[in-house]
Ligand binder design. Structure first.
Ligand code: ATP
Ligand code: MG
Length: 278
């Protein structure tokens, strides 16, 4: 399956999230049959991230957005099984600090954007400023409504500096969210993950869907597309995202740089070194 084609939010189109099946799992019945494919994608990412780091002239930014328990942490763990920690970073967008609030909303996103050779994952992102901020009316409409264009401009700056941007919305159903809340309650190892806000935010589900739909419609562009990933099945989510990441990196034309030494001369030095003992 061409996962990119299947899950992309076409630029200019408005997705109807309620019409997208969060339990979709393609041709696979279960995780077992998908495992070899997942392993193949992880191996591709491993090879491509090595090239991206060596090439050091381009960057990759992966944006993850989801409602609580949507699986952002799981995606991060999965993607990084195929990457060398050197050359990768995660930045989590928490409630803004006073210093962050004193600046424009893109300041912290820009500060943590990837440099050349780097892969950065945003766990939540600058999109919170048109999602939670809109839903909770933390700023007036006249302020948040201008942010979509500012986000597009910001992302244009990053791509002009040779950063590829991929944005994923992890789409789960309210039932699946509740099931995951239950797992957290039942498992002492996950109690630390529970927050009261998980339950109060859940009440606002329709408002979040509305805010997500508008954000996806106004900011999915050729250069920085959004993908809506059916995420009720964690293994399918991982398969689709790792395939999209690998296909995109494949397109970046990453190549090993040439040696920056004279190899013939270095070979002579190597042979000389072989014959010298200390
Ligand atoms: P988990 O899903 O595992 O609970 P999380 O991403 O929710 O992780 P938390 O530390 O629980 O991490 O929550 C961060 C909170 O900060 C979220 O509720 C998010 O909506 C909020 N937040 C992020 N950016 C902003 C912003 N610009 N303005 C207001 N709140 C924000
Ligand atoms: Mg949370």
């Amino acid at each position: 399956m061409n996962y990119r084609k299947r899950f992309i939010v076409e630029p200019g189109a408005k997705p109807r999230l309620a019409k997208i099946d969060p339990s979709y799992r393609g041709k696979h019945e279960s995780e077992e049959t998908a495992l070899p494919e997942i392993a193949k994608e992880v191996a591709r990412i491993d090879r491509l991230q090595y090239l991206l780091y060596a090439d050091a002239s381009q960057s990759l930014l992966i944006v993850l957005q989801a409602l609580d328990a949507g699986g952002k942490d799981g995606v991060i763990r999965h993607l990084f099984t195929g990457m060398n920690p050197q050359g990768t970073r995660v930045f989590g967008f928490k409630q803004p600090t006073p210093a962050e609030l004193a600046h424009d909303f893109l300041w912290r996103a820009h500060a943590h954007a990837p440099g050349h050779g780097e892969v950065v994952i945003f766990n939540r992102s600058h999109y919170e400023d048109v999602l939670v901020v809109r839903v909770h009316k933390l700023v007036p409409r006249s302020v948040w409504s201008k942010r979509y264009e500012l986000i597009n401009d910001f992302e244009r700056i990053l791509t002009a500096n040779r950063t590829r941007i991929l944005k994923f919305h992890l789409h789960i159903s309210p039932q699946e969210q509740l099931a995951r809340f239950k797992q957290r309650l039942d498992d002492p190892a996950r109690h630390w993950k529970i927050s009261e806000s998980d339950y109060s935010e859940r009440e606002l589900w329709p408002k979040y869907l509305e805010a997500y739909e508008e954000a996806l419609a106004l900011t999915s562009t050729e250069r920085a597309p959004w993908y809506v990933i059916p995420s009720n099945h964690k293994w399918f989510r991982n398969l689709a995202i790792s395939n999209i990441v690998a296909d995109t990196m494949e397109e970046m034309g990453l190549k090993l740089p040439p040696a920056h030494v004279d190899l013939k001369q270095i070979c002579r030095r190597y042979h000389a070194a072989e014959h010298k003992s200390f």
